[in-house]
Write a protein that binds this ligand. Structure first.
Ligand SMILES: Nc1ncnc2c1ncn2[C@@H]1O[C@H](COP(=O)(O)OP(=O)(O)OP(=O)(O)O)[C@@H](O)[C@H]1O
Ligand SMILES: [Mg+2]
Length: 291
């Protein structure tokens, strides 16, 4: 009994961490209670949005306004630190805008229940996740339906050009990926990134958010991924943060973010004519790739 008492004291140290963790209040903004049905592609409007990160004093976003039209693909471009990822974080309700508001299908996005938003939004970040689980699980995870639809998994894998893995890997869709487990098969970074993209596409989201989705994907494959995605895109609004002009060229509209403000909006050709800043970014890359 005395020995057990000793153990309780030792283990309590660990449990107290767990209890403290459970007591933490989430710092994300409050969720509304209107369910978001996601039956139509999302239309988004940022209206005079400004944002300062908690604990800092300067505005990362300063009075920005723009629209993401339903069913269209919009690219956000700009230099490092311009505020592109911050825009995505606000759209996903990780933070509340300091002033201004974001509208989803005409209604303030804060009125919707966050869980229902996440059922119909897919987001792929710069630091995407690799699950040391089976190939199929990597596609299914984060999707709300539990049923494993093999045809749909294969169709999604073929969109991102990974269908061959189902034949190539020793246990097909059930092959465990990564190095954590014995017999786990490691993929290349580009293959992991495509797999993360398949996961984002599997749930047929009404809003697809891609923050530099193809940085590790080679240019030829990138083209075929976007071709495959364009078949879906009628039912889906897409926003892509991108630095590569091969990616940007696929979008219907381009929003140039500069120092936390909207610098220009237009198509690639319009912006080449109208914005010296855009021209500079474009030619810097084109010239670089000449060599
Ligand atoms: N959690 C944070 N707390 C405080 N400041 C932050 C935080 N995250 C980002 N910032 C600052 O906000 C500014 C915009 O960052 P953001 O990540 O939105 O840039 P970005 O346009 O996505 O850049 P990149 O092209 O490098 O991804 C930067 O100056 C950055 O230092
Ligand atoms: Mg970013």
């Amino acid at each position: 009994m005395l020995a057990s008492w000793g153990y309780i004291n030792i283990f309590y140290i660990y449990i107290s961490n767990w209890v403290a963790f459970l007591k933490l209040n989430p710092k994300t903004p409050k969720s509304g209670d209107i369910p978001y049905k996601g039956s139509d592609p999302a239309s988004i409007e940022f209206r005079n949005v400004s944002f300062t990160y908690p604990g800092t004093s300067y505005k990362v976003l300063n009075n920005i306004s723009f629209k993401l039209e339903a069913g269209k693909t919009t690219a956000l471009v700009g230099l490092n630190g311009a505020g592109k990822t911050t825009i995505i974080k606000l759209l996903l309700r990780f933070y509340e805008p300091t002033s201004g508001a974001i509208f989803l299908n005409g209604r303030d996005i804060s009125e919707y229940s966050r869980d229902t938003l996440y059922q119909h939004f897919s987001a792929l970040f710069q630091d995407f996740v690799k699950y040391d689980r089976s190939l199929a699980d990597n596609v299914l995870f984060t999707s709300s339906s539990d049923d494993r639809d093999v045809d749909r998994i294969l169709k999604t894998l073929s969109m991102v050009g990974l269908k061959y893995l189902a034949n190539l890997l020793p246990y097909g869709l059930d092959t465990v990926l990564g190095r954590r487990f014995e017999n786990g098969q490691q993929l290349s970074i580009g293959q992991w990134q495509r797999l993360a993209m398949a996961r984002a596409l599997y749930k047929s989201p009404s809003l697809l958010i891609l923050d530099e989705p193809t940085a590790s994907v080679d240019a030829i494959s990138e083209n075929s991924i976007f071709d495959a995605m364009s078949q879906l895109s009628r039912n889906m609004t897409t926003v892509i943060v991108a630095h590569r002009f091969t990616t940007i060229a696929h979008s219907d509209k381009i929003i140039v973010i500069k120092d936390g403000t909207v610098h220009a909006i237009g198509s690639h050709t319009e912006l080449l004519e109208q914005s010296e800043f855009y021209r500079k970014m474009f030619y810097a890359q084109v010239h670089y790739h000449d060599y």
